[in-house]
Write a protein that binds this ligand. Structure first.
Ligand code: KIV
Length: 285
């Protein structure tokens, strides 16, 4: 990995006491990881405690996804969430992540109208929320937007294959790139790379197609439901750690059962309060 020095006025004194700050993951680190064959890890995060925990675990990228629409705000889809709703969540995550690169997700309708609209929205995520880069959905049709952002100094992560913001246009949650449509996903991947994206999420793409595209691209691919041939993986944390219950997509692996832990804790608390055993003398001034 290349050397990095603190810029002028970075606010970090050269000999600051205490532990050395963790080195921030940068776009070039991700490219180097791909070249070395080291897998890249990404999880969603929408608040400071999960962000700090995932950062401590060494997760490389924290995505403040528009999936906050379903997973935090309780909407049915990712479509309703607004820039003003997503910015404070992004600020909370960026404030808590010492090492991970924080990805601000541009919501539906905040960048599709024109490259200028996309640029102004992305600037808000960088300036007001402290995101280190932004993610947007779309392939060939997003080339002018990606070019505008990257020329203006904003690193862009693209998102192709199944793109949830277009779920109504795509006819629901469906695998993209099966059979003859594989070439369309490949063209999208090459187009976003050519436009300047530093990485690309591939969602619900057949594993063999995603593996071929990953081998062909110089930029890292991050898969969700796209098999082991991608350069990295992303999952929505409420799915991966079992806060959300019910039917999961086939590509989700559950690593913890946070719902049960919280349920048990809440029931124990309620029983203590109702039974008069909490608060006890040691909890009382
Ligand atoms: O918003 C999100 O969580 C995403 C992931 C599914 C990649 O876009």
């Amino acid at each position: 990995m290349s050397e990095e020095t603190a810029p002028y006025g970075s606010g970090t004194p050269a000999a600051a006491p205490g532990p050395a700050p963790a080195r921030r993951v940068r776009t070039h680190h991700l490219r180097e990881m791909k070249e070395r064959g080291d897998k890249i890890t990404m999880l969603t995060a929408y608040d400071m405690y999960t962000a700090a925990t995932f950062d401590e675990a060494g997760i490389d990228l924290l995505l403040v996804g528009d999936s906050a629409s379903n997973n935090v705000l309780g909407n049915e889809t990712s479509l309703p969430i607004t820039v003003d709703e997503l910015l404070p969540l992004t600020r909370a995550v960026a404030g808590a992540a010492r090492r991970a690169m924080v990805v601000g997700d541009l919501p539906f309708g905040s960048y599709q109208a024109s490259p200028e609209q996309g640029y102004l929205t992305a600037v808000r995520f960088m300036k007001e929320a402290g995101a280190h880069c932004v993610k947007l959905e779309g392939g060939v049709e997003m080339v002018p937007v990606i070019e505008k952002l990257t020329r203006g100094g904003i690193p862009v992560m693209a998102h192709i294959g199944f793109t949830p913001q277009s779920e109504h246009a795509l006819g629901g949650y469906r695998v993209q790139g099966r059979g003859e449509t594989a070439d369309r996903v490949r063209r999208d991947a090459l187009a976003v790379q050519e436009a300047g994206a530093f990485a690309v999420v591939m969602e619900m793409v057949p594993g063999d197609v995603a593996a071929e595209i990953s081998a062909e691209l110089a930029i890292p691919t991050i898969g969700i439901g796209a098999g082991a041939g991608c350069d990295g993986q992303v999952l929505v944390w409420q799915d991966a750690f079992g806060l959300r219950t019910g039917r999961m997509a086939r590509f989700v692996k559950q690593y913890a059962d946070v719902h049960s832990v919280l349920l048990e804790g809440a029931r124990a608390y309620a029983a203590d309060v109702k039974g008069g055993t909490f608060p006890a003398p040691e909890h009382t001034f």
